[in-house]
Each structure stands twice: as C-alpha cells, then as structure tokens.
Design a protein around this ligand. Structure first.
Ligand code: ZN
Length: 148
C-alpha cells in the first residue's frame, strides 16, 4: 500500500479537512504526490506570471500558462481562508517521480479520487461537494481538486 512522503503530508495538512480525508483514502489504492496545498498571495501571483508578460499595464500571454487566477482580482482556492486551502493539487507518482505526462495514470487517479469522494459522502464523513479541474474547459487542470 502506498503512503505519503513527508513533503506531501506537510502540504496536505494545509488543506480543508474534507480534502485531507479524500486524499488519505485514495492513497490506499494508488500512489500519488501532493504538489500543492496552500499558496501565499505572492506564490499565486508568481504562478500567474508564468507564461505571461506585463505590458502597458496588462498581461499578455507568451507561453504555456498554469493558472487563470491572478491572486488579486481573481483569487485561487489555494489562497487560504481562515488559514486553510480549499484546493489541493495532486500528481500520479511512479518509479520514484511524479508522472505528469502519463494519461493512463491520470485517468486511474481521477477515478480513484471520485470513488473516495462518493464513499466518504455516503458515509457522511465529508459534507462538501468537490469540483475537479480536469473537467474545466478554459484551462484543463488535472491535478486540481477543490471544495465547491
Ligand atoms: Zn490547483
């Protein structure tokens, strides 16, 4: 059975309790890492700047972008509310490293997370609806799970 490494654990405890329970159940069935829990405003702004340049007071896209939330006008769910992140980013882990490009593993991981969500909802252990970034159309965000 897979277990979380220390870095993943440290990131996961910054997340909403429902997200912690979901991921702790999912790791029993498949190995994956926690890539992000809580983000500071500065970290969110730095991520937004990836693939963009500031020109004449506006942002212009020049390469692959990783978020649509600028961290100021549009906040990310990773930016804490009452000290807690309402989003978590997870990535399949195999052969000693995170597997960003393995479609089969991404599919399996999302299936396992959905199974955990359904089970925990049925058991009454979590109470929030969960949204997956893999269903978004403006920017598909497979690692991303958030409290609705
Ligand atoms: Zn995310």
């Amino acid at each position: 059975m897979a277990t979380f490494g220390n870095t993943s654990k440290e990131r996961l405890i910054t997340c909403h309790n429902d997200l912690q329970l979901i991921m702790e159940n999912t790791i029993k069935y498949m190995d994956f890492s926690i890539a992000y829990g809580v983000r500071t405003d500065k970290e969110q702004q730095d991520l937004y700047a990836k693939g963009r340049v500031l020109e004449d007071g506006g942002w212009r896209i020049i390469g692959p972008i990783v978020t649509n939330c600028d961290g100021i006008v549009k906040k990310s769910k990773h930016q804490p509310i009452n000290g807690v992140s309402n989003a978590v980013d997870i990535v399949p882990f195999s052969n000693g490293s995170m597997q960003w490009n393995d479609d089969k593993l991404w599919k399996k991981l999302s299936r396992e997370v959905w199974k955990s969500i359904q089970m925990l909802l049925l058991q009454g252990k979590i109470s929030n609806e969960i949204r997956w970034g893999g269903f978004w159309t403006s920017m598909v965000d497979k690692p991303h799970w958030e409290i609705k």
